[in-house]
Design a protein around this ligand. Sequence first.
Ligand SMILES: C[S@@+](CC[C@H](N)C(=O)[O-])C[C@H]1O[C@@H](n2cnc3c(N)ncnc32)[C@H](O)[C@@H]1O
Length: 289
Amino acid sequence: MNTVCKTIPQDPQVPDWGSLELAPTWADELDLTRPSGLWRFFKALQGERQRVEVDREHALFRSIPKYALQEFHSLPNGNYSSKIARGYITGFDRAMLGHMHRIRSEIASRVADCEAVLDLGTGGGKLAAAVKRLGVADVWGADVSPYLLKHAATDYPEVNFIQSPAESLPFNNERFDAVVVSFLLHEMPPKYARQALAEAYRVLRPGGRLLITEPSENQLKPVKLSSLLRPAGWRHLYFKSLADRVHEPFVMAWHQLDKPAAFAEAGFALDQHRDDIPINFYSLKKCSA
Ligand SMILES: C[S@@+](CC[C@H](N)C(=O)[O-])C[C@H]1O[C@@H](n2cnc3c(N)ncnc32)[C@H](O)[C@@H]1O
C-alpha cells in the first residue's frame, strides 16, 4: 500500500497552516465557561442572522464567496472563528448521531482503490482523513473557511488542505480519480452548486467517480404520529426538529433542484441513489465528453 503523497508541479501550494496566524473574531472572545459568555452565545444562536465579520485585508479571506459569509447553522460568526469552528467539528457529528461517521466510512471504502482523491467542502477534514486512512496516497481537502482548514491540518497533517471555493478549483484537468462531497452543495446557491459539479467533472479523469452525501429532503416532511411506534419515526422527529431550527439559507433551493438533471448537465451518469433520513447519497461516474 502506497502512503506517500506525491504532489505534481502544477498543484496549488499547500499553506503551512500551523504557522498561519488567523485574526480572532468576536466569536473567539465568547468565554463559554462564564454565564455572560454563554448568554451571548445563546443570544447569538437565537438572534437575527447576519453577515459574518472577517479580516477582508487578509489574502485568505478575499476569495471567500459572499454567500458563504453568513451564520450557517445559527453559529456565532458562522465558520469564521477558531473557537466556534472547533466546537462545530465535534458538535456536528454529535448532532448527527453517528450517521456522518457511517457515511464517511462508506464513501472512503468506495474510493479506497484510488490514487488521488479530492474532498470538496472538507470542513474539519474528517472525510479526507478517512480516505487517507484506507491507504489512498494522494488526498486533498478544499474548503473556504481558513479557521476550519487550520483545525483540519492540525488534526490530519497527512492530508493536503487548501483554501478554495468548490466552484473554482486550482487543479489541472483530470487530476483526480475520485471527488467526494459531504454536506457541501446544500450550502451553496444552486447556480454555484452547478458550477461546483462542473469543476468536479473537469478535475476528474475519464470514468472518475463523484460521491455525494447531502441532507435528505424527506426529513422535512411532517412526522406521522403513528410512525412514533417505530424507531424510524423518532429518528424522523429528531432530524426534522434539528433541520427546522438551524439556519441553512440555501437548503430549500437544493431540495428543489432537479438533481438528476443537474448531474447529467454536468456530464455525470448516476450509478446509485439512496435516500434515508437523515442522509441522501449519490454515486456518479464521469461520462466521456
Ligand atoms: C456542513 S459543512 C460539512 C463539512 C464536512 N464536509 C463534513 O462533512 O463534516 C459544509 C462545509 O462547506 C464549506 N463551504 C461552504 N461553501 C463552500 C464553497 N463554495 N466551496 C468550498 N467549501 C465551502 C464550509 O466552510 C463548511 O466547511
